[in-house]
Write a protein that binds this ligand. Sequence first.
Ligand code: ADP
Length: 523
Amino acid sequence: MTPAIAPPLLAIALEDVEKRYPNGTLANSGVSFTVAAGEIHALVGENGAGKSTVMKMLYGLERPTAGILRIHGRPVDFRHPGDAIAAGIGLVAQHLNLVPSLTVAENVVLGHEPRRIGGRLDRAAAAARVRELVEQSGLAVDPAATVAGLPVGVRQRVEILKVLHRGARILLLDEPTAVLTPPETATLFATLRQLANAGRTILLITHKLDEVKALAGGVTVLCRGRVTGSARMADLDQGTLARLMVGRDLPPPPPRRPAGARPIPRVVARDLGYVDGEGTIRLRDVSFDVAPGEILGIAGVEGNGQDVLARLLSGADVPSAGEAKLDGQVFTGLSARAARARGVAVVTEDRLHDGAAPSLSIVDNLMATRYARPPLSRRGLIDRATARRWAEEVIGGFSVRATGPDQPIGALSGGNMQKLILAREIADAPTFLVASQPTRGVDIAAASALHTRLAALRDQGAAILLISADLDELLALSDHIAVLYRGRIVARFAAGAVDARTLGLHMTGLGPPVEGGGHDAVA
Ligand code: ADP
């Protein structure tokens, strides 16, 4: 008798899953794929392809409108995240939602605390539990540390511990490396491999081809809500994977501005500083020049002053010290509107909150900053037909996945929203563009399109400040790169004179002092 070969244990199986949102959007249709227990599986595809919807169904945040979800072989019908957690599923939040004032141990057990008789939190038991988890998972974290002082990469480890504490056998991660430095990314990868080796299953969304190659055992590609490919990495050659992920050949990255005599700077910032309402110094002694036709990249781990810098330059906040000039005229301290009138445009990091009005249509969002100006508005009257044509052009030109110019911008996926906001800001032909994380969460094809547009704006003579946590992006586009660490510029490099590893060291305060970097007296 031939022994039966046991089929591989499937941790996750989607069978013909459909998700139609109440507004009619068909986000998933006929979606079927499987993830074996102990596998790291990548879910890839352009913005709006339906990846997050899959994650939300697996975590009980949305219910499929047809088809079957199986977890460890059993069909499930999750009504809310509690059901998913009970089935051993954990979601590692992308926007880390830890309580900053609590310790690592307290955050990990929050909501699932070991309690003493009488209901009080048993701190000793919590700390012991977290030490045990740290040991089992290899996640290096000090259980007694207060979360507020921890870098993003460590906070993410705390999120993972939290999910493990709740007994997760399956971990869902949505673009987990978006906010990490290269060393943090390497650490995360090692952790994920270790968790998978210990039998846990990992499903992650990523836009990065390198990450899929480095990490995944299997990959599923979604396109417009359908699976266009699902394969084991071993069976795929690199070219096929790239084509599956991108759907077409990408143009090469735009060339950098040729080095030559540097023109007079267009933007001159001197000694910019900012003290917040609580008296904390958030930015200090920040000085830089950007010439016309130049891109200055700002590298830094999130929370080191980038957001403050963008707010000062956009007119959202007034500097506590210093000033910045555009073509000889001070523009910091002016209102956002006045700064814009001087030629400053801003693509914010928090696009949903600062950059867009979610309930308004694409046309209205594109128009938001230009109601008072021709050709779309004459003597206060808006030319709707011209505005709609422009919106249609933008939708086509940036491959925005939308039903049309009247769709509310809030119904679009983050990447598509970002494309519209960048299109709007670039359309004003600004002389100074501040672009904050312009391609975060954006698929490869769209990121390439955004880069081409940025380079075109630069070639027209604009000065661009590119604030990004994506070092590949900074290295590809910037003429110079400055590193922000704890609110100060700690290092500056000419393009080509620095690599991702060195930037990563400076971003974490570990770089050797650099002349003019201002390593002294970091507060
Ligand atoms: P991805 O994660 O691949 O970017 P999503 O799953 O977020 O894609 O979105 C798939 C489609 O579903 C998109 O067209 C998006 O606009 C739409 N969508 C997402 N969430 C909702 C919602 N709550 N209501 C209506 N449509 C939605």
